[in-house]
Design a protein around this ligand. Structure first.
Ligand SMILES: *[C@@H]1O[C@H](CO)[C@@H](O)[C@H](O)[C@H]1NC(C)=O
Length: 266
């Protein structure tokens, strides 16, 4: 009984200390909120064991997806996470296996409202991110295909190197392609041209549009594999056409002269 009483006393004192420290420590509260803000963009979902990306603009969800889906399953959860104050510039690490850098503009109207995602790995031979093909959201852009579908999500495609080819052959694309896609929800996705890119949609990963970097044929082997891309989403008052118009100008230059007529001769 005596022990029980002193236990209660100790418990009371501990409670007071806890209450006091919580009331005084507003610094911790700020950290908590900024962490949560960043967590809206990239969070680890422990139920599904995957790092998730959620891009929101003007109160609407523009693009969601899973990051690092080709990481070995024991490595799905980052071992280290470092975010600059404000949570708009974050590094995720999986030991020395892979690193992920995600940056977002400070506000929706800064910097064209584009989020950059950069993966680096010395050991992983494939880095892959998959975005959700959401009901009612359409995907446009990409490459020339034999069965040209508009929007493109209507015809699923096996994983294939994203290079020009002979579209009469299985899985190959035609003679024109760009590493650029646009969704009707307002996401303009541009993959850096230096990425040894593979794409697939609604095949290996059901209801997903996947981009992967891997250094296998037809790409050369390289020391480290990098997957780099940018996703631009609407600023205040913009619709998906506005995002497309400014993104095209950002990634592609318009012709400045009339092409040589020889280019049009068969
Ligand atoms: C993906 O393919 C399945 C058939 O395999 C189809 O039922 C489904 O609607 C497709 N998903 C999308 C988003 O088009």
């Amino acid at each position: 009984m005596k022990y029980f009483k002193s236990f209660l006393g100790l418990f009371g004192v501990l409670c007071l200390i806890l209450l006091y420290s919580q009331g005084c420590d507003s610094h911790n509260k700020d950290d908590f909120f900024s962490k949560n803000k960043h967590h809206e963009m990239v969070t680890f979902n422990s139920e599904e064991n995957v790092l998730q990306l959620v891009l929101v603009s003007n109160g609407k969800t523009i693009l969601t997806g899973n990051l690092g889906v080709a990481l070995p399953s024991v490595l799905k959860q980052p071992t280290k996470e470092t975010c600059a104050p404000g949570g708009k510039d974050c590094w995720f690490e999986w030991g020395d296996f892979a690193r992920l850098h995600v940056t977002a503009p400070e506000t929706q109207d800064d910097n064209d409202n584009c989020v950059t995602v950069e993966w680096y790995s010395d050991y992983g031979r494939k880095l892959e991110d998959c975005f959700d093909l959401t009901e009612g959201v359409h995907w446009y852009g990409g490459a020339e295909t034999k069965v040209q579908s508009w929007p493109i999500e209507n015809v699923a495609r096996e994983e294939a190197p994203y290079v020009t080819g002979d579209f009469l052959q299985p899985v190959q694309f035609g003679g024109v392609l760009e590493t650029y896609w646009l969704t009707s929800s307002g996401a303009a996705l541009h993959v850096d041209e230096a990425t040894p890119l593979f794409t697939s949609w609604n095949t290996t990963h059901k209801d997903k549009f996947c981009i992967a970097a891997a250094d296998r044929w037809p790409y050369e082997e390289r020391k480290n594999v990098r997957l780099q891309y940018e996703v631009c989403i609407p600023k205040s008052g913009e619709n998906f056409k506005d995002v497309h118009k400014r993104s095209l100008r950002k990634y592609y230059k318009l012709p400045t002269q009339i092409p040589d007529a020889k280019m049009l001769v068969y």
